[in-house]
Design a protein around this ligand. Structure first.
Ligand code: ADP
Ligand code: MG
Length: 335
């Protein structure tokens, strides 16, 4: 998946570090083996090779990733689209050498004709890409899916009080220091994660407090990008135009499902501040922080996010609330 993975486990677990490490390796490794877009002969390669021609038998995991992808594609009106493969290729997004020139309108139109989640067909144990030239790119969802697999298997193995993090897609269980609970009647400290400041390397804009089972994912313009003809392009494409998204710096989504967080963070990066709310509402229980790519810094919070996100004091005035039709903005003095 072209990224790192970290598992953090609190002291005193019945399931030892070795067990938890083994689970993370095997679950993440399995997803990687099935869906790595560079492999020549895995399920993803066979699925893409059969585009426009043939049904391909796929494992339960691949089927689940495709099924979940379709769900978030629908919920986001196609802003999340797992069939962006031809566009990703055209813009050189996963290549070590970017294309020498910005793709012209004709080639973008051609890649767009080979894009469209509605052409994915699924049935028991099999999948089919109904248009020739289609390519599934699971890069916007596979890491979150792998996090959920790791999380669930760790729980089943008896692990408690841990955090799984695959490239910034993470999910927590319990508490970071469960042993410290109640000694001086202080409330137990929850897992907290900082949200990076997209404009300041090493800086953060605030922190999420995560109850057990919660997941968080971030899509940022600072993580991966391509330089073409001296211009910098984001690694997330708008499937409606075929062009890399401009205007967003970072989107962080929290919910009780890492797959959902991963897909939605990518979707909301495409949709931006104006269109994010309907997509969030189409999916139960997700909350988001959106940071547009402009100065001064703005932190746009979806309804209820203030319960789990606390901006740094210096960014309290940067807080805005995503609430179309509400007219009045709640006071940041709340924080
Ligand atoms: P990261 O992979 O850096 O964690 P994301 O989760 O936002 O970031 O996923 C971005 C990846 O998803 C891209 O590298 C590409 O493979 C794929 N992708 C790009 N645009 C879209 C899109 N509109 N819908 C679904 N996947 C996308
Ligand atoms: Mg994502």
């Amino acid at each position: 998946m072209g990224t790192y993975a970290v598992v953090t486990v609190a002291e005193g677990n019945r399931a030892g570090l070795e067990t938890v490490y083994g689970i993370a390796r095997s679950e993440a490794g399995r997803v990687e083996a099935l869906l790595n877009p560079f492999a020549e002969d895995n399920e993803l390669a066979r699925l893409n090779a059969g585009a426009g021609a043939t049904w391909v038998s796929v494992s339960g995991d691949t089927l689940a990733v495709l099924g979940e992808s379709l769900r978030y594609a629908e919920a986001s009106g196609g802003a999340f689209d797992p069939t962006v493969g031809p566009l990703v290729r055209l813009w050189g997004i996963h290549l070590s050498e970017p294309p020498p020139k910005v793709p012209d309108a004709e080639r973008i139109a051609e890649a767009l004709r080979q894009t469209g989640y509605r052409h994915i067909r699924l049935r028991e144990g099999e999948a089919f890409l109904a248009q020739p030239g289609m390519r599934v790119d699971p890069g916007g969802i596979a890491k979150g899916y792998a996090v959920d697999l790791c999380y669930e298997r760790m729980l089943r193995s008896g692990a408690r009080n841990f955090m799984v993090n695959i490239g910034g897609n993470l999910r927590v269980h319990g508490l970071p220091r469960p042993g410290k609970t109640g000694r001086n009647r202080a409330a137990p400290r929850p897992w907290t994660v900082g949200v990076r400041n997209p404009f300041v390397p090493g800086g953060i804009v605030g922190t999420f407090r995560l109850d057990t089972g919660m997941a968080v994912a971030t899509s940022g313009h600072y993580e991966r990008f391509v330089h073409i003809e001296g211009r910098r392009f984001a690694h997330i494409l708008d499937p409606r135009t075929g062009i890399p998204v401009e205007g967003m710096a970072g989107v962080t989504v929290a919910s009780t499902n890492a797959t959902q967080c991963d897909a939605l963070s990518t979707a909301l990066f495409v949709l931006g501040v104006e269109e994010a709310l309907p997509a969030l509402e189409a999916v139960d229980g997700s909350r988001a922080l959106l940071i547009p790519d402009r100065q001064p810094l703005e932190l746009h919070l979806s309804p209820g996010l203030e319960d789990i996100f606390e901006p740094l004091p210096e960014f309290a005035d940067a807080v805005r609330h995503l609430a179309p039709g509400r007219g009045r903005q709640r006071s940041p003095a709340h924080f």
